[in-house]
Every structure is written in C-alpha cells, then in structure tokens.
Design a protein around this ligand. Structure first.
Ligand SMILES: [Zn+2]
Length: 354
C-alpha cells in the first residue's frame, strides 16, 4: 500500500494535488509561494523530485514540469512525483537568474538555514519540506543568458546510483563531478538522494525540441526506477562522461576584445586546430583566429557577439575516437542537420524566416 505524502498538508495515495507553498514573504508582506504538484500514485514506489527555475530566467524546465504534472496520473505512477515548478519565484517574476536586489544565487544556498539570509531561508523551506523526502532528483537548468548550451547532464557519476540516474535520463554528454557547494544537486546527492542537473538550451525561451527530449528523459528515468513500469528505458546512442576537473573540457576565452564571428559548423564536432571563431576590431584591421586545442564537441556557445578579454566563447569537450566515430555516424544519419544554421534539433527553435 502506498503512503500518504505529507508536507504541511497531505496527499493520500491515488491523488494529485496542485498547491502553492509559501517559502518567504515580500516587503509588502505578501507571501512568496512556489507552485507545487504532487502526484501520489496508486501503487508504492520511489518519490521522484523534479525542480525548475532555481535560476529564475531558465525557463525550459518550467515547461517540462508543466507537462510532467499534466501527463502523469496516480494510476500511472508507482511512487510519488513531486514537481516544484518554480523554485526562485522572485527571480522568475523579474526574469533574472538570481534573487533580485541583492543578487543571491539560490543554487548556492542549499540546504539552507531558517535564520539566515533570504536565499538560505527559501532554500531551507524547499529542501526541508520537499527535497528531503525524495529518493531521486532531476533539476532543470539552461545556459545563462547570452549563451546557449547543448543538451547535457551534470552528475557525480562516481556515485553508482547517480550514474544510474544520469544514464537513465539519456543525455549524450554528462559533465561528471560533485558540483558546487550549496548547489541543490550536490546537497541532495551528499544526503543520499541521487541528483542530476539537466542543462538545456537558452534562458528566456521555451525550446520545444529540447523540452520533448527532456520529457523522454523523464519517462526513461521513471521506467528505470520502476515508477512507470509500462514505459521503457531509452538509450541515447552514445554516451560520454567528462570529468569536470580535468583537461577533458575547457572554456575557450577571448584574449582580445572585439566582434565575434562563429565559424564552426555545420556540426558541433570540431577537429584539433580547426577554426571555431574569429574576433575582429571594428575597423576589420585585425582578426584573431580561435582554434580548437583538441578534437571535441561544442557543448556551450556564446550568442552575444561582442566580447572582451576573458569572456567565454565556447565550451569544448574532448572526445575519444569511439565517441567521435559514433557522432560522425549520427551526422551521416542526419541527426545533427540544422544544428548550426537553424538550430532545429539542438536549440529547438523554428527555422529563421530567410
Ligand atoms: Zn541554472
């Protein structure tokens, strides 16, 4: 028999509840409430947490959670789904990454403290009430504004249960490491709740292709952990876990200020020595060429075309020969068509009206 899910209210087995849960207060005295959906299944099983907009302008995950909350009914679910649709409500309202005014990063405030600053108080309410009850956690993010990121996961794959979760989610690339102190992912994982961060696309957008892919990832996770026994685990084709702290990945940065022109493409695969972009001055007198220091795939790319020295241009992940060949085969099958020009498959947007 499945258990009742308790927060300050309770959700018995066989029920879905949409609630607003207070995590703070504005200076007008209004409550700051996060929208929460709890789907408590008819049958017993794990409690799966899904979180979005921990950074307030990172919206793709918000759409993923809206769909998950709508799609699964208690009859489907063996266990409980806890969807925390928008964690950073103040940032979401202002469309900023951090909590506005004092620019606190909610994703460095976990597990939080009830008598500390705004971020830590919010984190404490969220963590204590909901996250601590979960058996697994998927936390959805996007790139920060003016950049885009390839669909990938971040996970401490040295932990076998986290590795299982990351593989089940089915992203091709996993950046492996414990994550920052105070991040939701690291805090949960350290607490014995396997957690994976999903990075997908851009801030300030809904990108349907990425959202569909993430929904497939959620379905695959629910299959792997027995929450949705009807579903099947999907395998992404190729898989590469890249240690976060080794020379296997790098942010290439501008050494001069100027106007950036991306030259890579049409696929995100670049060979050692290949030109990725150029940086030129406004008179077009001088041009610096930025080349790939090793063969790899571009995981993140600058979108705002003006750079100053030190500005990140792109995030490159080294790949071995086997992965290289698998990606080439996918390119041959057309899997990456439109990646550079139109961003159809990876950036998930409609083609430009040209
Ligand atoms: Zn984020």
């Amino acid at each position: 028999m499945a258990d009742t899910f308790r927060y300050e209210g309770e959700v018995p087995p066989g029920e879905t509840r949409h609630v607003r849960y207070e995590v703070g207060e504005t200076y007008l005295g209004d409550p700051i409430e996060i929208p929460v959906t709890i789907v408590n299944g008819d049958h017993d099983g794990p409690t799966v947490g899904l979180t979005a907009a921990l950074h307030g302008d990172e919206l793709n995950g918000v759409k993923v959670l809206q769909e998950v909350a709508d799609r699964y009914t208690p009859a489907d679910v063996h266990g409980t789904l806890v969807c925390l649709h928008v964690l950073n409500v103040p940032g979401y309202l202002a469309q900023t990454r951090d909590i506005p005014i004092y620019d606190q990063d909610l994703n460095r405030a976990f597990p939080g403290r009830p008598r500390s600053n705004t971020a830590e108080r919010m984190a404490d309410r969220i963590y204590d009430t909901f996250v601590s009850q979960c058996d697994l956690l998927l936390d959805f993010h996007t790139s920060t504004r003016n950049r885009t990121t390839m669909y990938h996961a971040r996970a401490d794959t040295s932990n076998p249960e986290v590795d299982r979760l990351a593989r089940a989610f089915g992203a091709n690339v996993v950046i492996a490491g414990p994550g920052e102190t105070g991040s939701l992912r690291r805090t949960a994982t350290d607490d014995g709740i396997p957690a994976v961060t999903v990075e997908m696309g851009k801030a300030h957008r809904f990108q349907p292709t990425l959202i569909h892919r993430a929904l497939d990832g959620v379905a695959s996770v629910l299959a792997e952990f027995g929450v949705d026994p009807e579903a099947t685990v999907s395998w992404p084709g190729w898989y590469r876990a890249v240690p976060a702290d080794q020379g296997d990945k790098t942010w290439l940065r501008a050494d001069t200020g100027g106007l950036v022109e991306m030259r890579w493409g049409p696929y995100p695969l670049v060979q050692e020595g290949e030109t990725i972009c150029t940086i030129s001055d406004h008179f077009k007198h001088e041009e610096r060429v930025v080349t790939a220091p090793f063969t790899g795939i571009l995981v993140g790319v600058l979108e705002n075309p003006v750079a100053q020295p030190g500005h990140p241009l792109c995030h490159l992940v080294r790949i071995d020969e086997t992965t290289h060949d698998e990606i080439v085969a996918e390119i041959d099958r057309g899997e990456f068509d439109g990646y550079r020009q139109r961003g159809l498959r990876w950036r998930g947007e409609s083609p430009a009206l040209d």
